[in-house]
Design a protein around this ligand. Sequence first.
Ligand code: ATP
Ligand code: MG
Length: 258
Amino acid sequence: MNIPPNHPRRESLLIRERLVEGFKKGVVAPEGLIAHGRGECFDYLLGERTHDFALKAARVAVAHMLLAKHPVISVNGNTAALVPREIVELAETVGAKIEVNLFYRTREREEAVARQLLEHGAVEVLGVGEDASATIPELFSERRRVSPRGILIADVVLVPLEDGDRTEALRRMGKTVIAVDLNPLSRTARAASVTIVDNIVRAIPLMIKEAKQLKSMEKARLEEMIRSYDNNAVLQEALRAILERLRELSSSQLLINP
Ligand code: ATP
Ligand code: MG
């Protein structure tokens, strides 16, 4: 598709193209396209940039992953379409496993998501077919099926673009859950241990950068970062950022040709 280089929504339109491409390849579910629209709306309100509260959360998220015994990155269709190479690089940097986990699970899509990750350098992808033989208690969507070598035994799970029910179920299992969600009011955002309120296309590269820096930091310092972190305060800051932006906009000239 031809998007003019000076189009004000260029970046956003290019992301849509990647999702549509992922949809055609069978990686993205039709519902995933709609879910992306909800995210876009919040990104618009946040000014389509990474804020301090997201950086703070990303740093602590990486600290959790570096200290974890069994860190796992859970990947759905949208994540695989938007940041496949970055997911592989983050997994390598923090020593995490990668597992496919779909809300709308079909064998074809599971395999398409795994293929997309393998094509972008993943060595192993868990959660495909018979490998997803364990179940998360009390959860009824197809997302309850997990790998006994992955999410089942994980102590820290990164769940970009997660669904609220599963985030809560994973927390009840005692896991540390890291979410990437543009909506600070979603149940996912409010149930996670650490919520990165940012677009996944910015959040995962940011996590890679932070991981490279924090890797050489002493364990005690990482633990201290985690201890002093307050996820509720981060969500409040995200809402305040939206509020401030709307306040500014609401007292400015909005007409394009006044
Ligand atoms: P929940 O189940 O957590 O209450 P929900 O039902 O409102 O959330 P879902 O449809 O389950 O939402 O998932 C879509 C979520 O993913 C939305 O909250 C949206 O903000 C977020 N989202 C979509 N695209 C992106 C993206 N590119 N980066 C970050 N977040 C995104
Ligand atoms: Mg939901």
